[in-house]
Design a protein around this ligand. Structure first.
Ligand code: ZN
Ligand code: ZN
Length: 416
């Protein structure tokens, strides 16, 4: 598996990428353990990550591989009870590893249509069983006891979905180039570039948290939207801090600074600026009208039935659960492509999400009950679907409780 990259030598790129994941993504400290997960496409990067992790002083690196064909074999051949039962030892193993100071790197190389032939209820039951069973382990990551990071490399199917007209090798080469640009790996010193980038995200996040603005007003072609923010909302962005006080970056790339809108204080209209890919279907040229938080009208040039289904999920699906600020001039949006993958596309633009709010995007949110969060205006739903609304003409003004205006975005970018 080796392709000539036009922009830089492939081996050098892999080495720089690995260094970024070990030093910034996980921030491996001496005597820590590391778990690396990938499928077959992640092997070359995983090998280099293992080298860099040991150089950084890791006590042990455990590599876990799951091949796409194995995933399909299981779905096609396993009996129904397989999807309703989760091996208890797998949960215990993960908890043991986390308790023993292991941290977790996920290298993803998705095939957007991998499960196309598998009945979707089978996949849903399987995922529900797995996430319910694994939740005592997942908690270690959600609370920051365990550091974790998700990063991506191209798979053949993914590359072909981005560049359908190209040959396989050219498509993979093209997607590699875009991933390296979007993750800043193609810069001379990606580790330093990320430290700078993180400083900026922290600056915005801290400013917004200090101000505790009452509402945001967003203006762009087709958009004039007032978004009241939840009571005691909390802005998130950039690196997180582990229990051991080490910074780690859970998503590479990440460009967003985001918080929780108030469920009932959203009014006006908003127009999408990028297509939305949902459950393998595309919605394009769409928009919503909100009244007292709820979607009261919507349109789509393409795929309106997807929106019909989306909004019909439950009551909360018609309300917002996230507002995220991403400036137009960012490495991801500058690639000029749609990645067909949320890790990238969600970070390309100012976006909103219909559905569930994140508890951690509320002050002390992780320690509050659902009722307490709802009382402060956080939305609940089974879904959380992001859609992109940013662009070079986006203007955002924040208002304090007494009406004082602070411009946040002009011509698509932060004003400070
Ligand atoms: Zn987001
Ligand atoms: Zn989101």
């Amino acid at each position: 598996m080796r392709w000539e990259l036009k922009m830089m030598n492939y081996d050098k790129a892999i080495e720089k990428y690995a260094e970024l994941l070990v030093k910034v993504g996980i921030n491996v400290q001496p005597k820590e353990g590391l778990i690396v997960v990938s499928n077959q496409w992640g092997l070359p990067l995983a090998r280099e990550v293992i080298r860099k992790a040991y150089e950084a002083g890791a006590k042990h690196v455990e590599y876990m591989m799951g091949d796409d064909e194995m995933v399909i074999a299981r779905y096609q051949s396993a009996k129904d009870y397989v999807f309703e039962n989760f091996p208890e030892w797998k949960v215990e193993l993960m908890i043991k590893l986390y308790e023993d100071n292991y941290h977790h790197l996920f290298i993803i190389a998705p095939d957007p249509e991998l499960l196309k032939q598998i009945p979707s209820d089978k996949v849903a039951i399987d995922q529900k069983t797995a996430s319910a069973a694994m939740s005592p382990a997942t908690k270690f990551r959600m609370t920051g006891q365990t550091k974790w990071c998700i990063a991506a490399v191209p798979s053949e199917a993914w590359a072909k979905s981005v560049y359908p007209e190209r040959s396989t090798e050219e498509a993979i080469d093209g997607l590699w180039g875009k991933i390296l640009d979007a993750t800043r790996v193609s810069l001379d010193n990606p580790v330093e570039a990320w430290q700078e980038h993180d400083k900026m995200l922290k600056k915005y996040k801290n400013f917004l948290n200090e101000k505790q603005f009452d509402k945001l007003v967003l203006k762009a072609p087709g958009t004039e939207l007032e978004i009241g923010l939840a009571d005691e909302h909390f802005w998130m962005g950039g690196s997180k801090e582990s229990w051991a006080k080490d910074a780690f970056v859970a998503n590479i790339p990440t460009e967003e600074v985001f918080t929780t809108p108030h469920k009932f204080r959203v009014n006006g209209t908003v127009k999408s600026t990028k297509p939305l890919s949902h459950n393998g279907k595309i919605v394009d040229g769409f928009g919503f009208t909100f009244k007292e938080g709820k979607v009261v009208d919507y349109y789509a040039e393409k795929g309106k039935e997807v929106l019909d289904q989306l909004l019909a999920n439950d009551e909360g699906a018609s309300y917002l659960g996230e507002v995220a600020l991403v400036q137009d001039d960012s490495p991801i949006s500058n690639t000029g492509i749609l990645f067909n993958n949320t890790l990238f596309d969600e970070n390309a633009s100012v976006h909103l999400a219909l559905g569930r709010a994140y508890a951690y995007a509320m002050r002390n949110g992780s320690s509050l009950s659902q009722e307490e969060l709802e009382a402060r205006g956080a939305n609940f739903s089974l879904i959380h679907v992001d859609f992109m609304i940013g662009g070079p003409e986006m203007e955002i003004i924040a208002y304090s409780k007494d009406g004082e205006a602070t411009p946040l975005f002009e011509q698509g970018n932060w004003t400070f």
